[in-house]
Design a protein around this ligand. Structure first.
Ligand SMILES: [Fe+2]
Ligand SMILES: [Fe+2]
Length: 317
């Protein structure tokens, strides 16, 4: 249905989102709203799924049974997040097989943060603290996003993300109470992840062309720069309590603004990684493609079983 053909329906849609109401799958919505949401939700789902890889790298080498159990549970949560989100995208008419195809052929993106390597076990803690922490800043406002199924999926996702963040922080606290080597390992990891974490909020507002429309549609509730600022303000006292520093000489409290000043992330690097030229892009996609192919027989068996059950229910078999 073309937007211009339905002025009354469009007026109703606009009134609903402006009044902070929810748009549900059966409601009329502009084609561009649907397309924007499918793209955003798919990108989010892909990020959860690809995000399992950097930490998954350490499951077999976790330093204790307890750390292994925690990491397994965390990585499994991310798989669950991916599944809720693919299901939310399906309510908009997206086909999951098609979304997976688009991911492994590079036509749809995922968060650029997962294209960085995990070099030490401290990275598991720093990812929980900073990467899941940045994800929380981005996702808490999405619990009030205008599309109902997405908003409801986010409520559960955010509860689990806050556990992820705390487990990361607890791991780092434990390492900081350990040896000098362990403390150095934590600081080295923070130094590598700080800037990529700030890039998770996307390009600066003046070069983020879709922000305005997404905010008018109440898909997005805050701009990239607002969320980045919030994340910096939240992280500084946590770093102090932990005993680490961030690698930013411009980072300082601004009394007048009541917020921290901080340096500008290297957005040219962000664009390079987004375009596929980060340290691990090719490896991540290749791994996902292989996992998808290895899962072929499972999908086939599930489809055959479903067909058999349906036939039995009809009394055919
Ligand atoms: Fe997640
Ligand atoms: Fe997480």
């Amino acid at each position: 249905m073309l937007e211009t053909e339905s002025p009354e329906l469009e007026a109703e849609f606009t009134a609903t989102v402006t009044a902070d109401g929810r748009i549900e799958p059966r409601d009329w919505m502009p084609d561009a709203y649907r397309a924007t949401l499918i793209r955003q939700i798919a990108q989010h789902a892909h990020s959860e799924i690809i995000g399992m890889q950097p930490e998954g790298n350490w499951i077999s080498r976790a330093p204790s049974l307890r750390r292994k159990a925690i990491l397994l549970a965390k990585v499994q949560d991310e798989a669950g997040h991916g599944l809720y989100l693919y299901a939310a995208a399906a309510t908009l008419g997206a086909d999951r097989t098609d979304l997976t195809e688009k991911l492994i052929s590079g036509r749809q993106k995922y968060s650029s943060i997962f294209n960085y390597p995990t070099l030490t076990f401290a990275d598991v803690g720093v990812i929980g603290w900073l990467v899941d922490g940045a994800a929380i800043c981005n996702q808490v406002p999405l619990c009030r996003t205008s599309y109902g199924p997405y908003a409801r999926a986010m409520i559960r996702v955010c509860k689990e993300e806050s556990f992820h963040q705390r487990q990361g922080y607890e791991l780092l606290m434990t390492m900081m109470r350990g040896s000098d080597n362990q403390r150095r390992m934590v600081q080295e990891s923070v130094d590598r992840w700080w800037w990529p974490s700030l890039m998770m909020f996307g390009p600066p507002d003046d070069s983020s062309p879709n922000t305005e429309r997404s905010m008018a549609w109440r898909i997005k509730r805050h701009t990239n720069d607002e969320l980045r600022q919030k994340f910096v303000d939240m992280s500084v006292p946590q770093a102090e309590a932990l005993g680490v520093t961030f690698p930013d000489p411009e980072l300082r409290w601004n009394e007048e603004r009541g917020q921290h000043d901080f340096g500008t992330p290297d957005f040219a690097e962000l664009m390079r990684v987004v375009k596929g030229n980060g340290p691990c892009n090719a490896e991540r996609i290749e791994h996902r493609r292989r996992a998808h192919e290895d899962g072929d027989w499972v999908r086939e068996a599930a489809a055959a079983y479903a067909a058999k059950r349906a036939a039995r229910a009809k009394g055919v078999a």
